[in-house]
Structures are given as structure tokens and as C-alpha cells.
Design a protein around this ligand. Structure first.
Ligand SMILES: CC(C)(COP(=O)(O)OP(=O)(O)OC[C@H]1O[C@@H](n2cnc3c(N)ncnc32)[C@H](O)[C@@H]1OP(=O)(O)O)[C@@H](O)C(=O)NCCC(=O)NCCS
Length: 143
């Protein structure tokens, strides 16, 4: 049975392994430290999906006030399920938890960024769950 709960600093190793699956998390110490900071951050929320004691997925979101929304904006910063557990509903459970959390904080919108807009399983996953493309693009500089 899959259970979803709030992440704890002790989940850092499991989350790092999931990040590795996604192609992130080169520096183990820096990643563990960052996971620990995010888990405790007042504007962030991280939930893990567990099967027994094993972490099989996580979702990280953050909520911040945005003036043009006249309220809170929630962003799904990361969502990942371990390869062997995909397509069994774990991602949906994590997403529902994230949406429920954002609603409980009275967020006005929840959004997610795609690495390559319009392509792949991620678009299918979110589109099938009522996410629609917003008329925005993200520009940035890596610092
Ligand atoms: C996106 C992700 C979290 C979904 O988790 P999941 O546990 O597989 O999701 P569920 O089992 O609840 O739902 C599967 C849905 O995802 C989509 N999907 C996932 N993999 C798919 C694939 N290979 N082919 C087609 N659709 C796929 C479908 O829409 C499917 O919906 P359906 O149940 O209506 O068919 C998971 O695929 C993942 O970890 N992907 C890699 C991580 C990633 O890219 N994260 C985003 C960057 S932060």
C-alpha cells in the first residue's frame, strides 16, 4: 500500500536517489543539505510516497504571495516516482496531495514548469489532470 506523508530531513538520501534518476544531484553533500533546507522551509512543502519504509516518489511545492494574483501562487517544483512504480497511480496520489495542500493554504493557482513544453509523458500526465498551458514562458540565467 502506498502512503503519502510530509517529508523529513531523514528522507534526504531517498530523495537524492530519485533526483539522480532525473539526472540531477551531482554533489551528494550539497544536495542533502538543500533537501534538508527545503523540507524545513516555511514556504515549501515536500511530500513523499512510501511503500513500507521505502520512499518511492516525492513532490516538492512552494507557495508565495503574488501581487498580480492578489493571493498565493503554488508551484510544483519537482515531482518524481521511481521507475519501477510508475504508471500505478503514485504520481496521481502525490499530485492530489500537492493540490490539496495548495487549496488548504488558499492558493489561487498551482502551476508546474516543463523542461520541453508540449512534449512527452509529463505533458500527458498533467493535461489528463486538468492542467492547461498558460500564456507564459520562463526566461532565466543560471547563477
Ligand atoms: C510524471 C510522473 C511523476 C508520473 O508518475 P506516475 O506514478 O507514473 O503517475 P500515475 O501512475 O499516477 O499516472 C500515469 C500517467 O502519467 C502519464 N504517463 C506516465 N508515463 C507515461 C508513458 N510512458 N507513456 C504514456 N503516458 C505516461 C499518463 O498520463 C498516465 O496517465 P493514465 O493513468 O491516465 O494513463 C512519473 O512519470 C515520473 O516520475 N516521471 C519522471 C520525472 C519527471 O520528469 N518529473 C518532472 C520534472 S520535475
Amino acid at each position: 500500500m502506498i502512503t503519502v506523508r510530509r517529508a523529513r530531513p531523514g528522507d534526504a538520501l531517498a530523495i537524492r536517489n530519485l533526483l539522480k534518476d532525473l539526472g540531477y544531484g551531482g554533489d551528494a553533500r550539497a544536495t542533502d543539505e538543500t533537501v534538508s533546507q527545503v523540507v524545513k522551509h516555511p514556504e515549501a512543502a515536500v511530500f513523499v510516497a512510501t511503500q513500507g519504509v521505502e520512499v518511492v516518489g516525492y513532490v516538492a511545492l512552494s507557495c508565495r504571495p503574488q501581487m498580480r494574483l492578489a493571493g498565493l501562487l503554488a508551484s510544483i517544483d519537482e515531482i518524481a516516482v521511481t521507475q519501477s512504480q510508475r504508471q500505478t497511480g503514485v504520481g496521481t496520489q502525490l499530485l492530489e496531495t500537492a493540490i490539496g495542500h495548495a487549496r488548504s493554504l488558499q492558493c489561487r493557482r498551482i502551476e508546474v514548469r516543463e523542461a520541453r513544453p508540449g512534449e512527452g509523458h509529463l505533458r500527458r500526465f498533467f493535461s489528463a489532470r486538468n492542467f492547461v498551458e498558460l500564456d507564459e514562458a520562463v526566461l532565466g540565467i543560471e547563477l
